[in-house]
Design a protein around this ligand. Structure first.
Ligand SMILES: [Zn+2]
Length: 537
């Protein structure tokens, strides 16, 4: 059996220029400079015909030279040579034609997959051929059923993991790639799932104990799907580096600078840990998969099984990428389907839905699962300063409406006290200072001004009230967040508010105008809010 110990991946997407029928490849090992790539004399080794079996190799000149070419993209993938396991080949795909070429010398430069430089890093799972993938539904079901033979996941998580696998074969098509965060206690099979994902993912690289520098270098050059096991970040430099890599790596064009060099950390990641990510910004980039101890009789994932699965799925998934690349790249999900999702979840939904190529059943299932994840994430986000501050403003904006005593002015310190009161009521052990709340208000675009001798604060003008409602809409709050649970359960929202109606923040509640006898108000706290008559709300 061939060794599968070394695995590296590299590809490149080369736009073909109308004016220049020659191909420019940014590929090379000894010199990583762009090199002109004249295909006419190049070795055309084989061309795959989807109608034939993999053994029927068609020799043809897939890329005629010297003709006015259409503006097309040539996908360049690295695959293994079936006859020589240690050797890499180029696979070029353009408009349905696929050609396999060996590395070659051009103008004195060796043009070869850059994986050749990383043979010492052991962990290699490149496809060595392409195979018909059998249609989206067949591929999807086969991946799901293979995973469920080895791992006990809920149906929803299984669906999500399968959609994730398909999605990460198209990292160059998205504005943001999804992360998968596997959480579970000891012995729940997290590592087993990572090893299984290694067989399915594109350019998967299982990270054990890599230094920060190697991590950046590998990530930048190989553009792998990083599979990170036992990620329990502490305060060490390596953990800090890893956290930075993770935060910057979900979107393209945010390079990291190390030792005077720029590295691209963009790429899908799978992280296994015992605890949920504390970093909310990082958590919002990830799809959470929970693992529990199981009594199910599952198949062991030994080396033979790993090789069999990789051999079975890598060539099909590569074909899936090549055949659907342009469709996935141009796919735009209807924005109406993404309503009610947070901006980050929308990015994840776009990346996960595109490879489903408009399959209605799968897209609907996916969006239903993502909405559930988004609701869970919203609860976590609720403790972030921006969310707390907007919630406090939205709440204070409606305070006193029942008895016509709206707040007119309030200090930043008083808003901080209000937030801390909310947190204490909810049993949270967080506290915010006035300085922190002031900085958050500024970052939200809320103007802070001097309130004379009582300090700095806000004047609740009609403009600020509008701004508050706008922020509430952007941050996903509505009147359900303000109504007591007992009232909201019966559909009662309290006093009506025209701005809530205008901004669509009623949350489906009923509102009733009622007047209360104005109570005698004592203001023991001189820094408390000042009230005004109810005006135009
Ligand atoms: Zn309102």
């Amino acid at each position: 059996m061939k060794s599968r110990e070394r695995k590296y991946f590299f590809d490149n997407k080369v736009p073909r220029q109308e004016s220049n029928p020659e191909l420019n490849l940014l590929v090379g090992t000894r010199q990583r400079a762009s090199a002109e790539f004249d295909l006419s004399p190049a070795k055309v080794l084989s061309c795959y015909s989807p109608r034939e079996s993999e053994r029927n190799i068609l020799i043809e000149k897939a890329f005629p030279n010297g003709h006015a070419a259409l503006r097309e993209t040539v996908l360049v993938e690295t695959i293994r040579d079936r006859k020589n396991w240690g050797k890499f080949l180029f696979l070029l795909s353009r408009g349905g034609s696929i050609k396999i070429m060996s590395p070659f010398v051009h103008a004195g430069e060796l043009i070869a997959p850059c994986e050749s430089d990383f043979q010492s890093v052991a962990d290699l799972c490149l496809p060595d051929r392409i195979l018909p993938y059998g249609g989206l539904e067949k591929l999807f079901l086969e991946i799901s059923s293979t995973i469920s033979e080895f791992i006990d996941l809920s149906q929803k998580d299984l669906f999500l993991v399968t959609a994730f696998i398909l999605s990460i074969w198209f990292p160059d098509c998205f504005q943001a790639v999804p992360y998968l965060w596997i959480v579970g206690a000891l012995g729940t099979g997290k590592t087993k799932l990572l090893r299984l994902l290694h067989c399915f993912c594109r350019r998967a690289l299982l990270v054990g104990d890599l230094s920060g520098a190697s991590l950046y270098k590998l990530s930048s050059l190989l553009k792998p799907t990083l599979l990170i096991d036992e990620f329990e970040p502490g305060n060490s430099k390596k953990d800090t580096d890893m956290l930075r890599l993770l935060r910057t790596g979900s979107v393209p064009s945010v390079p990291a600078a190390r030792n005077g060099q720029l590295f691209t950390t963009f790429g899908a990641k799978v992280i296994a840990s015992r605890h949920l990510p504390v970093d909310t910004a990082l958590a919002s980039r990830a799809l959470l998969i929970r693992m529990f101890p199981t009594a199910k009789n599952l198949m062991p994932l030994d080396q033979a099984a790993i090789e069999r699965i990789a051999d079975q799925f890598q060539p099909r998934l590569l074909m899936f990428r090549l055949e659907n690349h342009s469709c996935v790249e141009s796919f735009r999900i209807q924005s109406v389907l993404l309503e009610s999702l947070s901006p980050r979840m929308k990015d994840l939904a776009r990346a996960l839905a595109a490879p489903l190529c408009g399959n209605k059943k799968y897209t609907e299932t996916l969006l239903a699962i993502l909405r559930e994840h988004d609701r869970d994430a919203a609860i976590e986000r609720g403790l972030e300063p921006e969310w707390l501050t907007v919630e406090a403003l939205f709440r204070l904006c409606h305070e006193g409406m029942a008895d016509d005593r709206l707040i007119a002015e309030m200090t930043v310190g008083w808003i901080a006290a209000h937030i801390n009161g909310m947190l204490k009521f909810r049993g949270e052990d967080l506290k915010f200072t006035a300085r922190k709340v002031g900085a958050t208000l500024k970052s939200l675009g809320v103007k802070i001004e001097s309130l004379g001798n009582i300090g700095r604060g806000l004047r609740f003008t009609s403009i600020l009230r509008q701004k508050t409602h706008e922020l509430a809409r952007q941050f996903g709050f509505d009147r359900r967040n303000l109504a007591p649970l007992s009232s909201a359960d019966y559909g009662n929202g309290g006093v009506p508010c025209a701005l809530c109606e205008d901004f669509g923040l009623t949350g489906g509640l009923r509102f009733v105008e009622f007047r209360r006898e104005r109570p005698r108000v004592s203001r023991p706290n001189p820094r408390g809010p000042l009230f005004s008559k109810r005006d135009r709300i």
